[in-house]
Design a protein around this ligand. Structure first.
Ligand code: SDX
Length: 432
């Protein structure tokens, strides 16, 4: 990539400082500041890292102004239209679209690693029935490091591959086990003959007394949602996986850290929060009140599913999911979700015409409509962020693999601007 010398004056010690500017394939250039403290005795300051590139990456590109999202250079719209989640998983992990043999081999590797060690099932019995599924999933994924000692040498390429196949194959089974535990229903074993999303629906909704018919429309809708949620550059949970992994910890623990970060309502937890918000609004006559509350700086309420650190335009994933809602709700005969979808459409229209949202570039993000589809598929709110985690596991693994092999990668250890007390002497308790 191109590089250019760049000069900044009067930083820290006062002498002119030369910083190297680097450009990538696309997007903003970066200024290399790693020598700044050594040469100038100053740190940069960027809470939330809104203007800080933490790494170089070849996986996903986002242009927030244009509403562009590419996985390994392929536009998300084309992948959504023409690909499958398993094929996208291969693309994100290995960088190229697979040929038919590569795809078949990868698909078989995933299908034949979906089972859990029976000991895992005993973990679930330790949770109360009302444990949040994200708590169960993040805990059980961390426990994988207690079992799979044969794939924990992060410098061994074969171990990295075994880990990738295992976690991608087993995360739906773990999610289904958490769901069944919350229902008090028996765990349903995966079937190797089913594709990734059909298997998930089978494990979620099969019950012993009655046959379960997998709806191909539902499986296809899930596959599309997983493609859209698979990766998103250096978002909070992916950065957490990279950060945890940078210490050299085992990959299962790094992924578990990512699941915990995703759970937050400002991040992946927003899909569950959107449905709670729509149900609380309840009627179109109350939309304006909630939009006004979202604009009130003294009110902590925010319009869930709106706004994004990077997209200052419509999130391309939200546009695809909204179109999906239109097509899917009648196909699935999910008429009971129609009113909620209508309410979401009306809320979007009112917000997008409001000066506050226009001025702050706040648009619907990936979480605004996804919950409506999950509900139409019969998936409860408490499982929405688990669904996000299943799909994003592919992106987390892809970024972890890239970080482990990146020669520039070092243990993450930011500095700070200290604003606490100056040095002072200890005072014994009897003199305070
Ligand atoms: C995801 O990073 C990723 O890529 C994430 C993700 C992925 O695929 O990994 O895309 C998935 O997490 C999507 C985001 C889901 N979260 C929500 O929908 C929660 C609601 N959104 C907000 O919490 C917020 O928009 C964030 C957290 C998403 C972004 O926050 P930022 O970038 O820190 O922006 P900000 O809080 O600085 O907001 C800028 C201004 C503020 O007003 P001022 O202080 O300038 O007056 O916009 C306002 C905010 O108050 N604002 C909102 C708002 N979002 C931002 N006001 C009302 N409602 C909102 N939703």
């Amino acid at each position: 990539m191109g590089e250019r010398r760049y000069s900044v004056v009067e930083a820290g010690s006062g002498a002119a400082l030369e910083l190297r500017e680097r450009s990538g394939t696309a997007g903003p250039n970066v200024l290399e500041i790693s020598q700044l403290y050594r040469n100038q005795g100053v740190f940069t300051y960027d809470p939330g890292f809104g203007a800080t590139a933490s790494c170089s990456s070849t996986i996903t590109y986002i242009d927030g102004e244009q509403g562009i999202l590419h996985y390994r250079g392929y536009p998300i719209e084309q992948l959504a239209e023409q690909s499958t989640f398993i094929e996208v998983a291969y693309l994100l992990l290995y960088g190229e679209l697979p040929n038919p043999d590569e795809l078949a081999e990868f698909d078989l590797a995933i299908r034949t690693h979906t089972m859990l060690n029976e000991s895992f099932l005993r973990f679930f019995n330790g949770f109360h029935h009302d444990a949040h599924p994200m708590a169960m999933v993040s805990g059980v994924v961390a426990c994988m490091s207690a079992f799979y000692h044969d794939s924990m040498n992060i410098q061994n390429a074969r171990h990295r591959d075994i880990f990738a196949h295992r976690i991608i194959a087993k995360i739906p089974t773990i999610a289904a086990a958490a769901y069944k535990h919350s229902l008090g229903q028996p765990f349903v074993y995966p079937k190797n003959k089913l594709d990734y999303c059909s298997n998930l629906l089978h494990m979620f909704f099969s019950v012993p007394p009655a046959p379960y018919e997998i709806d191909p429309v539902a499986a296809q809708a899930l596959d599309l949602l997983f493609i859209l949620h698979a990766d998103h550059e250096q978002n909070c949970s992916t950065s957490t996986v990279r950060f945890a992994g940078s210490s050299g910890t085992n990959p299962y623990s790094a992924i578990s850290a990512g699941i915990s970060a995703l759970w937050g309502p400002a991040h992946g937890g927003a899909n569950e929060a959107v449905i709670n918000m729509l149900e609380e609004i309840g009627d179109r006559s109350r939309i304006r009140d909630y939009v006004d509350r979202a604009k009130d700086r003294n009110d902590p309420f925010r319009l869930m599913g709106f706004g994004h650190r990077v997209y200052k335009n419509y999130d391309p994933r939200a546009a695809i999911i909204r179109r999906m809602c239109h097509r899917l709700l009648e196909k699935l005969g999910a008429s009971q979700d129609g009113p909620l979808f209508e309410l979401a459409l009306e809320l979007e229209q009112i917000a997008l015409k409001d000066e506050y949202f226009i001025e702050k570039n706040l648009y619907p993000n990936v979480d605004f409509y996804s919950g409506i589809i999950y509900r139409a598929l019969g998936i409860p709110k408490s499982m929405f962020t688990v669904m996000f985690a299943i799909a994003r596991t592919v992106g987390w693994v892809a970024h972890w693999r890239e970080m482990v092999r990146d020669p520039e990668s070092r243990i993450g250890r930011p500095r700070q601007l200290y604003i606490g007390p100056a040095q002072r002497d200890y005072v014994p308790v009897d003199r305070r």
